[in-house]
Design a protein around this ligand. Structure first.
Ligand SMILES: *Cc1c(COP(=O)(O)O)cnc(C)c1O
Length: 375
């Protein structure tokens, strides 16, 4: 009997990414420590400028994290008590918790096979209290922005984009974060562009929203001594911006590698078992924050891969509407059948840029072997 060789394939390897940029990051941090410019410095201004350029927006505003990016966007739009905001139940918690934190009510709409919002379900969820749609570009794939923007226009709603997983993704050549009134990005260490800790960015083309956010992230300060309104402390550290400025330069290369790995998976796994495999649809350029396959044998496959040294994850096993935190909203099981089915069938494969071709081949061979032995 041939023995399947095991090869370690971690789900992520932050150290591998760091080793490629180590000296430059250390130099920049060292210079910053020498200067003592920790809050609102030059590194932040540089980062915001290049981030806006990347997204094709007039402005980018650094904030403390992706959750604050969403929350502050809603505050800027005056969304609060008595208002409803529609989002996806299969997203990360923050897509919904930010709505609740703003004082509004999260309302969910089911998703499609590709895990992004179903525009028809969004339309059905609209009431007289609906103020906005949070379009999540889940997994790094652009949501159906044309339809969602058309629905929003029809009902006079704002569209906020949750771009936490989708930096650099485009739809018909247009970057995510430039479609809605704001685009909300997370720079969490596990996101495609990662700070050395927490961070976030808001993109916008709207002068008034930009002016509000500059104050809202910094105690409502208009200038050094005058506050226009009581507000939060939600700034992006200059130190984080220094790290991010180095990584911004590498991001296109990392994104290309993620896309190349996704293409290898797609080629190698097409027609294997009952697998549903993600692929760019027409006009889409996804950035594969996660590469999520779907199979009825999810749990058995996950265990099989673990035996072969391959680490996988589930994003996310419990949908937001069934979280204890959401109990007060009154949702129940079977309210969102597609989302709930996917919770049992989704499996995230390693897709970080530093994976070797051999590791990707090992994942493909192992999955193929699993389905052959299943039959
Ligand atoms: C990570 C994430 C967030 C929250 O970002 P934080 O920086 O962790 O606050 C929001 N939405 C989605 C879809 C995410 O993946």
């Amino acid at each position: 009997m041939p023995v399947m060789t095991t090869m370690k394939v971690p789900y992520v390897d932050l150290g591998a990414q760091y080793s490629g940029i180590k000296q430059e990051v250390l130099d920049r941090i060292g210079a910053l420590l020498d200067s003592g410019a920790f809050i609102m410095g030059e590194e932040l201004a540089t980062f915001e400028k290049s981030f806006a350029e990347l997204c094709g927006t007039t402005y980018a505003i650094g904030v403390a994290n992706g959750t604050d990016a969403l929350f502050l966007s809603m505050m800027a739009l005056g969304i609060g008590k008595g208002d409803e905001v529609i989002t996806a139940p299969n997203s990360y918690l923050a897509s919904a918790s930010s709505i609740a934190l703003a004082g509004a009510t999260p309302v969910f709409a089911d998703v499609l096979d590709d895990m992004n919002l179903d525009p028809q379900a969004v339309r059905k969820a609209i009431t007289s209290r609906t103020k906005a749609i949070i379009a999540v570009h889940l997994t790094g794939r652009p949501a159906r922005m044309e339809e969602l923007l058309a629905i929003a226009m029809e009902h006079d709603l704002n569209v906020i984009e949750d771009c936490a997983q989708a930096i650099g993704a485009t739809l018909n050549g247009q970057h995510v974060g430039s479609f809605g009134v704001t685009g909300c990005f997370s720079l969490h260490p596990l996101k495609n562009l990662a700070a050395a800790g927490d961070g976030g960015v808001i993109t916008t083309n709207d002068d008034a929203v930009h002016a509000h956010l500059l104050k809202a992230r910094n105690h409502g300060m208009r200038d050094r001594d005058h506050s226009a309104f009581f507000s939060y402390n939600s700034r992006l550290d200059n130190l984080q911006a220094a790290v991010l400025n180095v990584k911004m330069r590498e991001l296109p290369r990392w994104t290309e590698r993620r896309r190349a790995i996704a293409a290898m998976y797609h080629l190698g796994l097409s027609g294997v078992g009952d697998l549903l495999i993600p692929k760019d649809a027409n006009g889409e350029r996804a950035v594969y924050h996660t590469f999520i396959i779907q199979t009825a044998q999810r749990d058995a496959l996950k265990a099989f891969l673990e035996e072969r040294g391959i680490d996988t994850k589930i994003h996310y096993p419990v949908p937001i509407h069934l979280q204890e935190a959401a109990a007060y909203l009154g949702y129940k099981r079977s309210d969102f059948p597609v989302t709930e089915k996917q919770c049992a069938t989704i499996l995230s494969l390693p897709v970080f840029a530093e994976l070797s071709d051999e590791q990707v081949d090992h994942v493909i061979a192992s999955i193929t072997e699993f389905f052959v032995s299943e039959r």
